[in-house]
Design a protein around this ligand. Structure first.
Ligand code: ADP
Ligand code: MG
Length: 172
């Protein structure tokens, strides 16, 4: 497990491993700001990649208080978003603009309160994930596993203790 403190190492590993499937990168963060930093670096890496034929979808899963929203605060910062990323208690989905040549929108989705994937489909999910200019990050994505695209990126958050979180990133 590599400490995220070494963000340079994270970057090079991320770029190098990006090409292969089934790789799981594991990190241990010891503060909310480290988790934010990890999100920020990942966002910057995504902006550098060429957009595909469909949207870039990230599923976040794991413990309540595991750091999913915290991670996405850093992620949004890395995308150049100035607005605050909140835990959307009553709002399931929020849309933000990205000013980048490849990507135009960032969608923050939180499935914590939903009961059926249908509730997400009703928000136009299929259209959103088919647009290459979109980046979508979904908290509690395991609840909508059935409708998640096969090529989604998965990030798992585990609560270790008050300030420690284990974060693992996986492609396919
Ligand atoms: P989730 O969205 O997964 O439910 P949040 O990001 O909303 O989790 O909450 C994580 C909580 O844990 C925040 O209050 C944050 O300050 C705290 N925290 C403590 N250590 C960490 C860490 N290493 N990474 C992320 N959050 C942490
Ligand atoms: Mg959350």
């Amino acid at each position: 497990m590599s400490p995220v403190r070494n963000s340079k190492n994270f970057k090079t590993r991320l770029v190098r491993k990006k090409i292969s499937n089934g790789v799981r990168l594991k990190y241990l963060t010891i503060s909310p700001s480290q988790t934010k930093k990890l999100g920020e670096i990942l966002a910057r890496e995504i902006l550098k990649t060429r957009s595909g034929k469909t949207a870039f979808v990230i599923g976040l899963e794991g413990d309540l208080g595991g750091g999913k929203t915290t991670f996405l605060q850093g992620f949004a910062k890395g995308l150049g978003i100035k607005e605050k990323i909140l835990s959307p208690t009553f709002i399931i989905m929020r849309k933000f603009s990205i000013f980048n040549s490849q990507f135009s929108n960032f969608f923050h989705v939180d499935c914590y309160r939903i009961k059926k994937p249908k509730e997400i489909l009703n928000l136009g999910f299929k259209e959103i994930i088919s647009e290459p200019k979109n980046i979508i990050a979904i908290e509690w994505a395991d609840k909508i596993q059935k409708i998640m695209p096969k090529d989604a990126f998965w990030i798992k958050f585990e609560f270790i203790n008050k300030n420690k979180r284990k974060i693992s990133i996986k492609w396919r």
